[in-house]
Design a protein around this ligand. Structure first.
Ligand SMILES: *Cc1c(COP(=O)(O)O)cnc(C)c1O
Length: 413
């Protein structure tokens, strides 16, 4: 079972005020999630979550996380600009294939630069000069597995540098006068197990000892990055951050403390885990259609939520207007002229009637932000369901004027 964070009565009030489709975010859930994470890692004095801005680049959401003592992780100049304007002090810049201008800006605003490639050490040195603090991103190659389960394939990933490059990189950085060092690695995405972080931590903590021994560099932080997943499917279990934090602590006490490295700070850059369950895409049924299948046509489309079309991802759907209706097997579709514009295929759903409100679950991360304007379908609004039960518009829906705004030589009037 998946239950929306809002009741039918409360949602009806919001849909009367704001036209669908829109993304709705749950302030209470977001705050509780951030507090649970900070508590799970409170054993580590310098612990910091740098929320991955790309997951939900919406200032009102980032503000909530800022109030809950989170920093931000950026990958582009514009994400840096947004974060700096919002007054973030703790900014990680985990970019790749980066232009010099963005390193320059990251340096100016005091962001921590995490270099994706060995070659970037010389590039940064020659273009903008090395900062005092540098982090290097590690890619061990091969496959990343937990027991017999292959989780992901670092060998095929464009990110990070080899072990040999990393060791040489730290020697180079030290010789160049860099003072503070860190490592970062992201080896599997959307893991729905409590074992991912502890296993990643074991690899990185062991590496930290080797870096000290081979390069003579003591790390100040180890960044476990993102990758903790969410239970998109109702039969999956949610990751338990208290168990995960405890798992990382055990490995820390086993590997780092005895090696005399017991004051290394742990950082995370979680995006999906922090936000996904705390967002819903709210949409209404526009039409029914019956051919070889039964179709439920809704007013949202892949332009608002791309994951099912792009990755075949499962997003649970609740018919909040007719939860007790007779169950049908349907395809839930948007209006784009693309047959992959389907939120669900052959899904059992309580009868969805024209005008019913459907909520698509777990759209708080990597959903609005992946939106696009194909077919000149415009980006939707974003609304915050606040702790006091009121709804606040935090981003208006795009208008045709927005769509035409960047075109030159076309007079919209
Ligand atoms: C995307 C990304 C994250 C966040 O990943 P999630 O799967 O949302 O946790 C963190 N760090 C980096 C460098 C990323 O690219």
């Amino acid at each position: 079972m998946k239950t929306p964070f809002i009741s039918r009565q409360e949602l009806d009030k919001i849909t009367e005020q704001f036209p669908t489709p829109f993304h709705l975010y749950d302030e209470k859930g977001i705050r509780e999630k951030a507090r649970a994470l900070n508590k799970a890692f409170s054993w580590n004095k310098g612990f910091k979550e740098y929320f991955a801005v790309k997951a939900t680049p919406t200032p009102a959401i980032l503000k909530i996380l800022q109030e809950e003592n989170c920093g931000v992780d950026c990958a582009t100049g514009v994400e840096l600009l947004m974060s700096h304007k919002m007054g973030f002090k703790d900014i990680m810049f985990s970019s790749n294939n980066t232009p010099a201008s963005e390193y320059q800006y990251a340096k100016e605003i005091g962001a921590t630069i995490n270099l994706d490639a060995y070659e970037m050490i010389d590039f940064v040195k020659e273009t903008v000069g090395l900062p005092e603090t540098v982090s290097l991103r590690y890619n061990p190659g091969g496959v990343f597995s937990l027991g017999t389960d292959i989780m992901d394939n670092p060998e095929e990933s464009k990110f990070g540098m080899t072990r040999a490059q990393l060791i040489q990189g730290f020697k180079d950085l030290k010789a160049e006068g860099v003072k503070t060092f860190g490592i970062h690695s992201f080896l599997a995405s959307n893991t729905v197990t409590n074992d991912y972080y502890p296993e990643l931590a074991r690899q990185l903590f062991t590496l930290a000892v080797e870096i000290r021994d081979e390069a003579g560099v003591e790390l100040s932080f180890i960044n476990l990055s993102g990758g903790i997943g969410v239970n998109y499917r109702p039969e999956e279990e949610a990751s338990d951050i208290a168990v995960i934090g405890e798992g990382v602590r055990k490995v820390y006490d086993e590997v780092l403390t005895p090696a005399g490295l017991g004051d290394i700070n742990i950082f995370t850059e979680l995006g999906r885990f922090m936000l996904a369950p705390h967002g819903l895409l709210v949409t209404k049924v526009l039409h029914r259609k019956k051919t070889y299948r039964d179709y439920v046509g809704v007013d949202a489309s892949a332009a608002n939520l791309l994951r099912p079309a792009m990755y075949g991802s499962y997003h649970h759907i609740t018919n909040i207007s007719n939860p007790g209706g007779p169950v049908e097997v349907v395809d839930v579709v948007g209006s784009l002229c693309e047959n992959n514009d389907k939120f669900a295929k052959q899904r059992e759903l309580p009868q969805a009637r024209v005008g019913d409100s459907l909520v698509i679950h777990d759209t708080g991360a990597h959903c609005f932000s992946m939106g696009y304007q194909y077919n000149a379908r415009l980006r939707s609004a974003e609304i915050l369901y606040q702790e006091d039960g009121s709804a606040r518009l935090i981003r208006r829906a795009e208008t045709p004027e927005d769509y035409f705004a960047t075109i030159t030589g076309f007079d919209f009037d």
